[in-house]
Design a binder for this molecule. Structure first.
Ligand SMILES: Cc1cc2nc3c(=O)[nH]c(=O)nc-3n(C[C@H](O)[C@H](O)[C@H](O)COP(=O)(O)OP(=O)(O)OC[C@H]3O[C@@H](n4cnc5c(N)ncnc54)[C@H](O)[C@@H]3O)c2cc1C
Length: 424
């Protein structure tokens, strides 16, 4: 069976009708006991398993996923990867992640289709221009690339934006903006599959359709999880467990006996029918609460704001759909005649300071990675890397040190709401 993806193997396999490729990962049956159980088979859970095996040699690990791999937010997001945050702690975290993305396809031997086409943020008023110059300058102070653009430069980059004047004048004139050129997008499910393949190849058990329903404790310490798998109730023992379940974090934390400052909201996205290349960048209008890019298939990928109320329904409400479509017609009049192909939502985990939580919980033996809200796809490599570090060594990774749950007690918040792209 062929395992490695390469031009030579592709040619050789073609001669045999591509019949001898090994499955990308083993669909394992759960064992009674593991060193580490990771709850949640999204990008962060799978990356954690991969780095546990790759960096720390810990391979007696299970990833338990209630649905299918990447079927949560990881496979539902709009795939933007950027590191344009405001505070030094966040800049270090997200820039490290962006740098991992730059080499991830090679690292995983899996084409994640990372495309550094630039993330362009639009300014529609004097206030936007001022706020964005502060934003771009903060990035530069943190050593991250950012360029302020005037209206002419924005037009050169994205000529289909609405620059109309006169009787048909754009309702939201574009006065300029700024761009992080190294930012871009990657194929989301490929990121999940690449990490799953890398982890499974090193001995990690990946168990799909296995929902964790509770925790087994001894002397207050987690020593196992309760899980439902193929209609059976199981107890799976472990030395340590990690919750990596995004929008379901507060539900499982309550099962484990502690509270999280997480509120779950639906965040939606949609794609148009595929067309020839029309968009050059990922373009974002914070004022209109919408953003656009074009996938390699040609679909225009459109995202917008959170629903206004907490929810676990993976649908997204109609008023947001309508607002995002109206913003699309306003900003890109030539896209108005495109038909929408699909619309969906994921359940994102929003915390008061829009920054993640990575580390220990108040329950001994239980660790957590959550709070990425609308922006955790870009952070999958660093989220997995830092969680694996604390799980394997018992010490926080220096990048994760400022992002402990304890900050909501001490008040050392890292408020990145303004850099969240679309407010949340
Ligand atoms: C519409 C949308 C657009 C977005 N756009 C972007 C973007 O452009 N850029 C960006 O960086 N981020 C974006 N995000 C956010 C990003 O997708 C998430 O922050 C990220 O995917 C979180 O990854 P995760 O692995 O933590 O969670 P998930 O991928 O959600 O994985 C968690 C997994 O846990 C599983 N699970 C839940 N409960 C249990 C249980 N009891 N037992 C076992 N398994 C369980 C779920 O089934 C799920 O698969 C977007 C999100 C959405 C919804």
């Amino acid at each position: 069976m062929r395992k490695r993806y390469s031009a030579w193997n592709l040619l050789a396999a073609a001669r045999r009708g591509h019949a001898d490729w090994a499955p990308a990962w083993r669909d394992a049956e759960p064992k009674p006991r593991y060193d580490i159980v990771i709850v949640g088979g999204g990008g962060h859970g799978l990356a954690t398993a991969y780095y546990l095996a790759r960096h720390h040699g810990v391979t007696n690990v299970a990833v338990l996923e209630a649905g299918w791999l990447g079927g949560g937010n990881t496979g539902r997001n709009t795939t933007i990867v950027r590191s344009n945050y405001l505070y030094p702690e966040s800049a270090r975290l997200y820039e490290f992640s962006l740098q991992q993305y730059e080499g991830l396809a090679r690292e995983l031997n899996f084409n994640i289709m990372f495309s550094q086409r630039g993330v362009l943020t639009l300014a529609h008023s004097r206030h936007d221009l001022d706020a964005q110059s502060r934003w771009a300058n903060a990035m530069r102070c943190n050593g991250i690339d950012a360029e302020l653009l005037d209206a002419r430069q924005v037009r050169e980059l994205e000529p289909r934006l609405n620059f109309n004047q006169g009787a048909q004048a754009a309702r939201y004139p574009i006065l300029g903006g700024f761009i992080q050129r190294r930012a871009g997008s990657a194929r989301h499910d490929a990121v999940a599959w690449g990490y799953a393949r890398g982890a499974a190849a090193r001995g990690v058990d990946i168990v799909q359709h296995c929902a964790v329903t509770g925790f087994v404790k001894q002397g207050g310490r987690v020593i196992g999880v309760l899980a439902r798998w193929r209609g059976r109730e199981l107890i799976i023992g472990c030395e340590r467990a990690a919750l990596v379940v995004a929008g379901h974090s507060s539900v499982l934390a309550a099962e484990a006996g502690f509270e999280l400052p997480v509120v779950s909201y639906a965040l939606q996205a949609m794609v148009s029918e595929p067309v020839k290349p029309v968009l050059n960048t990922v373009t974002l209008s914070p004022a209109l609460g919408a953003y656009w890019s074009q996938s390699d298939k040609g679909e225009v990928v459109i995202g917008g704001a959170l629903d206004h109320f907490p929810s676990y329904a993976q649908r997204g409400s109609f008023d947001i759909t309508q607002q995002v479509v109206a913003a699309t017609c306003e900003m890109f009049p030539t896209l108005a005649r495109l038909r929408l192909l699909r619309q969906w939502a994921g359940i994102v985990d929003v915390v008061p300071d829009s920054s993640p939580i990575i580390g220990a919980t108040p329950v001994p033996g239980l660790y957590i990675n959550c709070g990425w809200g609308t922006g955790g796809f870009k952070a999958i490599p660093v989220g997995g890397w830092t969680l694996a570090h604390v799980l394997a060594t018992g010490r926080n990774h220096e990048l994760a040190e400022p992002f402990q749950l304890e900050r909501f007690r001490s008040g050392r918040l890292i408020d990145e709401a303004a850099a969240a792209g679309i407010a949340h």
